[in-house]
Design a protein around this ligand. Sequence first.
Ligand code: ASN
Ligand code: ZN
Ligand code: CA
Length: 344
Amino acid sequence: DSLESASGDGKSLYGGTVPLETTASGSSYQLKDATRGGTYTGDAENKTDQCLLTICLTRAPATLFTDADNHWGTGTAADRSTVAVDAQYGTDVTWDYYKKVHGRAGIAGDGKGSFNRVHYGKDYNNAFWDDNCFCMTYGDGDGKLMGPLVSLDVAGHEMSHGVTSKTAALRYSGESGGLNEATSDIFGTLVEFHAANAEDLGDWLIGEKVVRSGLGREALRFMDKPSKDGKSADCWNAKLGDLDVHYSSGVGNHFAYLLAEGSGSKTLNGVAYNSPTCDGSTVTGIGRAKLGKIWYRALTVYMTSSTTYADARTATLSAARDLYGADSTEQKAVAAAWKAVAVS
Ligand code: ASN
Ligand code: ZN
Ligand code: CA
């Protein structure tokens, strides 16, 4: 059969009806996007990978989704293709964010797409990026703590692990691990804002679409005040690197919020924030676009596998100088935001 690109749409679980670029193959369509490096989404059929560290004896499948009329999904999780719509769309908006904002073609910067597996395992409350398969994997959640983990911020978070791996390669433990996680939360959030999806508007929460009542909080993580999750650190301290990377990320997330939005109270897209500083100072934000430019340049030019929080401060100050000039308002704001999270 001849293959050609076709414009369809899908009813997603979290983002309403979304456009999808697909592939016409004979009399049906494949959930595969030639305009974004061949990115596709398949069904893991509730199976799991059987691996020892990175050596996998068996891998869950990624059986390519197909559709008869190029109108995908029903908007309810009962239909297996609905979360595939979210996953494919999440990959699309992440691809577009990196391309349009940072001039980066794909996760590795080489124009090649990745692929997604949805319906991984049973009741699986997680999603992950895997460098070995260059693929994303999404669980359906157990319905009590979490629903399907296919929201835009989670997609952007996980794929940004691939970007970090191909650039700074921040080691996934200690302070560098916290910075690796913060990088994914920062870009996951900027992807969500960039998508400007009317049903999944940008916010500084991670996983707000995914959490269910059993979890007991409205999001997985809160960037304005990370300690709202009960575990994450708002401020740097000498033992920060002993925390799990998903909690030591709090300091980087708090920095990012303060740099973009500033300290104190604010309401954005209907969500109220109140970001304290660790030293009682007041920080004036420079906006999300400049945060993204500064963090991306710091990640891709200055950070390395062993970067600490003190090093991240230097890296972002250098990036801000390169982009906006020495002693610019932006560079001063970077210094003020790090001081406000006790990094000097
Ligand atoms: N969802 C988790 C994350 O990306 C998976 C992990 O623990 N690496 O952080
Ligand atoms: Zn992560
Ligand atoms: Ca969010």
